[in-house]
Design a protein around this ligand. Structure first.
Ligand code: MN
Ligand code: MN
Length: 296
């Protein structure tokens, strides 16, 4: 990676983190998720980046992959006291992506330890990183911190390598010791994202979370072309398509039926229990991990 690319990554990372923190400040009882998502995304654009994926605002037992629908296509969710909200934000500059997440509890402190557990697991994993460390060792660190709090890591969610215009590529960084001896190398760009829960530690697919990506091998319709031009290979929100098409709800449904696009299912904790998440994007350097998603 050349210096210029590193600079794009750093800018994207800082903007993503500041957007997530801004989202946390907005998250209050009685506030609609749609308002928070739109403001996070506007913030990213205002800072000179673009959303790398829709602002993920997943509540309670939903671990990930939910963004609010537009008013035209769905029903908005309004935050309630006691909700546990994961704010997962991606920003990119010229395709260089920062991916970061935090968890906030709305008006109560019942889940303070769970939220702390996710943050501590992330910090411990980051501290353990040096070139040559295996991904299973990072997973083991996450698992150990989770156990020390009496919680479980979500074993079928993981961190990942990041590429240009690609959110998940290369390495998988597990949240437990999965036996994978793949090693981190200097220059690797990865996201680590512990999810912890008081439940089973396993998520399954729920209903469509209003986030899509293109699955068609060939762009064979004007509608699909428009989506490809706007969002490239990155995930996009149903909401974002309202500016592209008249009756975009029907356009998306039609493309989904033809399997030209795919709706990500929400990922829901198997026992219905609450999940907390923390995430940073980092680059591996000679002396350890350098966090790219810090709010500078
Ligand atoms: Mn993320
Ligand atoms: Mn991620």
């Amino acid at each position: 990676m050349c210096e210029r690319d590193k600079e794009f990554l750093e800018r994207a990372g800082a903007i993503a983190r500041k957007a997530a923190i801004y989202g946390k400040e907005l998250a209050r009882e009685g506030v609609a998720l749609l308002e928070i998502a739109e403001k996070i995304e506007e913030y990213i654009i205002g800072e000179g980046a673009l959303p790398a994926f829709p602002a993920n605002l997943s509540v309670n037992n939903i671990a990930a992959h939910y963004t609010p629908p537009s008013k035209a296509c769905g029903i908005d969710y309004v935050l309630r006291r006691g909700d546990v909200l994961k704010i997962d934000v991606g920003a990119h500059v010229n395709g260089y992506i920062g991916d970061t997440a935090l968890t906030v509890e709305i008006g109560t402190s019942r889940w303070r330890d769970l939220i702390r557990c996710a943050e501590e697991a992330l910090n411990a994993a980051i501290s353990a990183i040096k070139p040559g460390i295996s991904v299973r060792t990072i997973g083991k660190v996450v698992e150990t911190v989770a156990s020390s709090y009496g919680y479980k890591p979500v074993i079928n969610l993981s961190g990942h390598g990041l590429g240009k215009f690609i959110i998940h590529t290369g390495l998988t960084i597990p949240n437990f010791d999965n036996g994978d001896n793949s090693k981190l190398r200097v220059g690797d760009v990865i996201a680590i994202e512990p999810f912890v829960t008081d439940g089973r530690g396993y998520v399954e697919n729920g209903p469509c979370g209003n986030i899509y990506r293109i699955t068609a091998k060939r762009i064979n319709s004007p509608h699909l072309q428009k989506i490809a031009n706007n969002f490239r290979t990155l995930p996009f929100a149903e909401r974002w398509c309202s500016a592209l098409f008249n009756d975009h709800c029907a356009v998306l449904k039609n493309l989904e039926r033809k399997r030209a696009i795919y709706c990500y299912p929400t990922l829901v904790e198997k026992k219905g229990c609450v999940v907390a998440q923390a995430e940073h994007t980092m680059v591996i350097e000679e002396n350890g991990a350098r966090i790219l998603t810090s709010a500078k």
